[in-house]
Every structure is written in C-alpha cells, then in structure tokens.
Design a protein around this ligand. Structure first.
Ligand SMILES: Nc1ncnc2c1ncn2[C@@H]1O[C@H](COP(=O)(O)OP(=O)(O)OP(=O)(O)O)[C@@H](O)[C@H]1O
Length: 275
C-alpha cells in the first residue's frame, strides 16, 4: 500500500494498556476493512501471547530472527514468520530472543534504523502497521519511533503522568531532531479508567495543561472491565470475547477516531484528492 501508516504504541511506564490497545485497535481497524500488521516489539512477547500463541519459545522465526538477518546483512525471506490471526490481522511475533537482539543492536551499523529497514520490506501490503513497544526507552523503542509515522501513548487514567510523560516526550523530541523529523504524536489514550470517578477528566486536563496544544487527548476513554483482563488468556479481541461490553464499545469508538485522523492527515498531505 502506498499509504501505509506505521503507528508506535508507546509508554515506558509498565501496565498502561499498550498491548491491549495494540490488539483491539489492530483488530478494530481490520473490522473497518483495513489490512493490518501487528509487530510485537517487546521481548516479553505479551502481544504474541494475547493473540493466542503462548508457546512463543517454539516459534522458529520471530522479529528477532528478521532483525538479526538485517544486522548480519543476510538474504532473508522477509515474510517468513508472519502469523495470521483468525480475526483478520497479521502478526510478527516475539519472544525472549528479542532481548539478546537489543544488546546486539548497540554495535550494529544503522542501529536505530534496523526495524525501519525490516518494515520497509513488509509494510507494502498493509494499510496500518502497529508496533507494541516495551516499557522502556531503550534501543528497541528508539527503533520503533524511528520506523513510525506517529505515536499513540496509552496512559492510565488513574495517575497524573506528568513525570513519565516528560521523559517520553524528550525521547520523542530527540528522535524527531536526529532520526525521524516526520514523527508525530497523534494523541494520548486514557486507559483503565474507573468511570465512577472523575480521574480520567482530571488526568486529561493535566496533560492538556502540561503539554498545551502539543498533545491531543483522544475523546474516547477506555474503561476498566473484568472481561478485558481475560481476553489475553483467550487469545481473542474484546470484540469477540465480550462484544456488547463497555470496553468493546470504547475500543470501537477509539478505532474510528484513529481512522478519521488517518483520513485527515492523508487529505492534508494530498490536497488534490480531497477536492
Ligand atoms: N480496559 C481494561 N480493563 C481491565 N484490565 C485491563 C484493561 N486493559 C488492560 N488490562 C489489563 O491490565 C494489564 C496491563 O495491560 P497491558 O498488558 O495491555 O499493558 P502494557 O502497557 O502493554 O503492559 P507492559 O508495559 O507490561 O507491556 C493486563 O493484565 C491487562 O489484561
């Protein structure tokens, strides 16, 4: 696809809903008719488990294999290892081998661009590539930011995230200045919100106050839901596991926001097509 959009789902804080968002935004986009590739860029392999491959150590080709091939400048079948989930998305899986690869990257030529170089070989067939980042700002996350058009930042609505956000924004700024000037922050997604309290609203206001107009907070807020915590073990999206629940409705609405943003950005980039 000429207009493939690469999105990093990133926050160096753990447990903010990155993996859950990657699964349900990805499958949400597939349900809107988009061709979607999900990339597990976390050696914990949570995305791979969440999509139904808990025995990830048995996978013969993973993201680590492909990146190692790029580092070693070896001829590879770049589509080898891509898995197909029954809800219509593809996945480049990961397991703990990716941790060793991160160490190897430090001494590699174009070390920040290894993931970008790999994705350039596979993204052609997709409308969206979503990268589930690990909870750190190390070399793999830098690779994800270098390979992306935009970042979405899931933030737990319960916590005022000022300090962690500053660190993340500094890293994004550095990547924009030194590696990927076109990188955008599409927005902050408030997750795990207890809808009985006002905390989501307070957190959204705090982000707007601290980051001004620089960062958009998505209209949709993802509520806490018991069923949402069970989807990972079931290897299913929330749309299949609990299709009438509030979390499924919220992720469907968030997906529509992301599609609208994509259309707006495309029309801006190609004004003649919007007339
Ligand atoms: N809306 C929700 N309602 C209830 N539980 C949720 C919801 N979203 C995520 N969870 C649960 O919260 C935990 C953290 O979510 P998730 O793994 O998506 O976060 P993460 O940011 O990817 O974590 P890590 O930083 O460890 O990679 C998981 O146990 C997940 O099942």
């Amino acid at each position: 696809m000429v207009n493939c959009k690469v999105l990093a789902i990133a926050n160096q804080k753990g447990g903010t809903g990155k993996t859950t968002t990657t699964v349900n935004l990805g499958i949400g986009l597939a349900r809107e008719g988009k061709k979607v590739l999900l990339v597990d860029a976390d050696p914990q392999g949570d995305l791979t488990t969440s999509l139904g491959w808990p025995e990830q150590d048995n996978l013969s080709v993973t993201l680590a294999t492909q990146l190692e091939g790029i580092v070693a400048d070896r001829e590879m079948d770049s589509h080898a290892g891509i898995l197909h989930h029954e809800e219509g998305v593809d996945l480049i899986p990961s397991n703990i081998e990716l941790a060793g690869l991160e160490v190897m990257l430090v001494n590699a030529m174009s070390r920040e661009l290894t993931l970008k170089n790999y994705l350039n070989e596979v993204k052609r067939g997709y409308d969206y590539v979503l990268i589930d980042c690990m909870p750190s700002l190390g070399m793999l996350t830098i690779n994800a930011l270098a390979a992306s058009d935009s970042v979405i930042v899931p933030v737990q609505a319960q916590y005022l995230p000022a300090k962690g956000m500053t660190q993340l924004m500094k890293t994004i700024g550095k990547v924009q200045r030194q590696i990927n000037p076109a990188l955008k922050v599409d927005g902050v997604l408030l997750t795990l919100a207890d809808m009985r309290t006002n905390l989501a609203r307070v957190t959204a206001e705090s982000i707007r106050q601290n980051y001004g107009r620089m960062i958009k907070v998505y209209q949709t807020v993802i509520p806490v839901g018991v069923k949402a915590a069970e989807t990972s073990a079931a290897g299913q999206s929330i749309y299949r596991y609990d299709k009438n629940g509030t979390v499924a409705k919220a992720y469907a609405s968030f997906t529509r926001e992301v599609v609208r943003d994509g259309e707006r950005q495309r029309n801006k980039a190609e004004p003649s097509r919007s007339r």
